[in-house]
Design a binder for this molecule. Structure first.
Ligand SMILES: [Zn+2]
Length: 271
């Protein structure tokens, strides 16, 4: 599932076409990705002739602006991808939306269709966009905001909280595991316990992992270095990448999500 760095990568794929006018719109009007869009065929045809002039990302949300026509919002869901292809690319059955531009096509592809397309005809940024929680690297993501949230959701395991988009926009499963591994926090630790002891560490590491993910993945989907948990967490039999540790990693289901941690570096919440 695309997390904030992968989403930023896809934003850049389309952003290379900023300044060009839309010359045609192809879509699958019955596709589930248009469930938030009334009469998608008529609605999205308004993009015809409009100049593509904005490409924004926030957490897992994307917003593309078209001068005087409106805003196209895209959430990639589980399996969504954005591509830019040669002019007359043929529409694959999972390419639910194609915008033709001079010399190229912008494609939204989503086999599982948990993704979502929406359209706002307004000139100003849509409310749903401006009302999103502060970006993790913005001044609005403060220690105080984090601590208040940890206390409010006191009994919840921290791993589950890290996936809550209302405080951690753009964090998904791999980033949550990476943050907890780097900050040596056991994923099942109740949030309340961290507010008192490790709030600062969690806040700093969240921003550090966000910066690292954007730096490595967003420009060209670069490979994560081997000293991140990332490369070791995907299958059974992985080892902690800390040179002095190298312990076998643990993997378990926590509130419905596969979670990976190092039992030596991330001591049990109750021990
Ligand atoms: Zn370890």
């Amino acid at each position: 599932m695309p997390e904030l760095a992968e989403v930023e990568y896809y934003r850049r794929v389309w952003a290379e076409s900023l300044g060009l006018p839309v010359t045609g719109v192809l879509l699958h009007p019955e596709a589930r990705v248009f469930r938030g869009c009334l009469q998608p065929l008529d609605t999205l045809n308004r993009l015809n002739g409009a100049t593509f002039n904005q490409a924004l990302a926030h957490g897992k949300q994307l917003l593309f602006g078209f001068e005087a026509a409106g805003w196209l919002g895209i959430h990639l869901g589980m399996s969504g991808q954005l591509r830019c292809e040669a002019k007359d690319s043929v529409q694959d059955r999972h390419d639910h939306l194609i915008l033709r531009l001079p010399g190229r096509s912008l494609v939204f592809h989503d086999p599982r269709m948990f993704g979502r397309v929406r359209f706002d005809a307004a000139t100003d940024l849509p409310d749903w966009w401006t009302q999103q929680p502060p970006d993790l690297l913005s001044p609005g993501f403060t220690r105080e905001r984090l601590d208040a949230f940890l206390l409010k959701r006191g009994g919840t395991p921290i791993k589950a909280l890290l996936l809550d988009q209302s405080i951690f926009p753009g964090i998904g499963n791999w980033m949550a595991d990476e943050i907890l591994w780097r900050s040596r926090i056991h994923p099942a630790t109740p949030a309340r316990q961290l507010a008192a002891s490790a709030g600062e560490r969690l806040w700093r590491t969240t921003r550090e992992v966000t910066e690292d993910a954007l730096r490595v993945i967003a420009p060209d989907w670069g490979d994560a270095p081997d000293d991140w948990l990332f490369n070791h967490r995907w299958k059974d039999g992985g080892f902690c990448p800390r040179p002095r540790c190298r312990s076998p990693l643990s993997r378990a289901d926590l509130r419905g999500r596969t979670t990976c941690w190092c039992p030596k570096c991330q001591k049990s919440a109750t021990s």
